[in-house]
Write a protein that binds this ligand. Structure first.
Ligand code: ATP
Ligand code: MG
Length: 347
């Protein structure tokens, strides 16, 4: 029996993970669930955003369903006690280096996109972003120049093993989909990107069935808006992926529809909606649970070996939306529970 850790977290996290759990329970698979506090909720209950018991559960579990962390009452705490440290701590402790963010246009949702409907309709892509390296984790600091000016610096670095494992994740994702991989870098300017490109090309030798292309990140930002339908899987570094994945999500529309996964080499993963804790609507039953429900589908596909069940959930969300059920973020009147009910009914 697979053990799923449920870490609801703060704000709307508990509301949306409850609906995702109901959907998982309805599938009739051999799953067990264990819940633990994380983020601000854990700080208030146990004095730390990622208590040892929560980390222990995350390590024992076969997969983790994560809600969101963020709590305005914790704003004045030391940085290491802030809720956001919990998700950074989990990614680091479990070596979750591959961030998968699908962006797909659901039928009838084109009006929520920032793009023209005929452009938006073609979006069906996955961004595979490296999550444990790059400029975020290099040496950084503040110093004074010879002229007495303050100077900040952040070192960008990747070694070839780090690039290879994310390249493999990108090729594997492309192989499961339409067989197209676009690697995004800035190889005309950056040494890290030159290494990135070399290693991606070496890795391609094992994936003759995948068509590999390369694109500079500035061009990629433009192409994502001009013609997003050209992309299947994008693989890129931590910094570029951070920016491009937010851009891609706004091309699709509501933040309440988009799931994500963070995976280790063995395929264990943490699954979470891309949205945050949304303190402005927390506790009001207004949150859209679809992103959390679709995160549960990704969990079935990537960590639990149940791709057919994942397909069923994705089809049920699409059917519920197509039937006109909408939460407030999509201009509708459904509550979180009613939206969850609509997905269960479609299942
Ligand atoms: P955090 O600090 O936890 O990231 P945030 O306020 O910075 O929180 P989000 O939580 O992502 O960022 O919220 C951004 C906006 O999107 C808010 O207005 C929020 O109400 C809305 N929002 C986020 N998630 C959802 C959802 N699932 N359903 C409806 N609206 C949402
Ligand atoms: Mg935020």
């Amino acid at each position: 029996m697979a053990l799923i850790a449920i870490l609801p977290g703060d704000g709307i996290g508990p509301e949306v993970t409850t609906e995702a759990r109901r959907v998982l329970e309805r599938l009739g698979l051999d799953l067990s669930f264990e819940e633990a506090p994380v983020g601000g909720a854990a700080y208030h209950a146990a004095g730390h955003p990622l208590p040892p018991a929560t980390l222990d559960l995350a390590r024992r579990a076969d997969a983790i369903l994560f809600g969101a962390v963020g709590d305005p009452t914790c704003d004045s705490l030391d940085r290491h006690l802030r809720p956001e440290q919990a998700i950074l701590g989990l990614r680091k402790a479990l070596t979750l280096f591959a961030n998968l963010r699908p962006a797909k246009m659901f039928a009838g949702m084109e009006d929520a996109s920032a793009l023209r409907p005929e452009v938006a309709r073609a979006i069906d892509l996955v961004i595979v972003r490296e999550l444990n390296g790059d400029v975020y984790f290099g040496e950084k600091g503040m110093r004074t120049t010879a002229d007495g000016l303050r100077q900040g610096y952040d070192v960008m670095s990747y070694d070839e093993a780090e690039v290879r494992r994310i390249a493999v994740a990108g090729f594997e994702a492309a192989r499961r989909r339409r067989g197209k991989l676009c690697s995004i870098d800035k190889a005309n300017v950056l040494e890290t990107s030159q290494l990135w490109r070399d290693v991606v090309i070496e890795t391609a030798a094992d994936y003759a069935d995948v068509t590999l292309t390369h694109m500079y990140v500035d061009n990629a930002a433009m192409q994502l808006v001009r013609d997003p339908g050209q992309f299947d899987v994008i693989v890129t570094g931590n910094l570029f992926g951070d920016i491009l994945s937010d851009q891609a999500s706004m091309c699709v529309g509501s933040i309440g529809l988009l799931p994500s996964a963070a995976l280790d080499v063995a395929g264990k993963g943490l699954y979470e909606p891309i949205h945050g804790s949304a303190p402005d609507i927390a506790g009001q039953g207004k949150a859209n649970p679809c992103a959390a429900i679709l995160s549960a589908a990704m969990m079935l596909r990537h960590s639990l070996g149940e791709p057919a069940a994942a397909d069923r959930i994705e089809a049920a969300v699409a059917a519920a939306l197509a039937s006109g059920k909408r939460t407030a973020d999509l201009g509708g009147t459904c509550s979180t529970r009613e939206m969850g009910d609509a997905v269960l009914a479609a299942l």
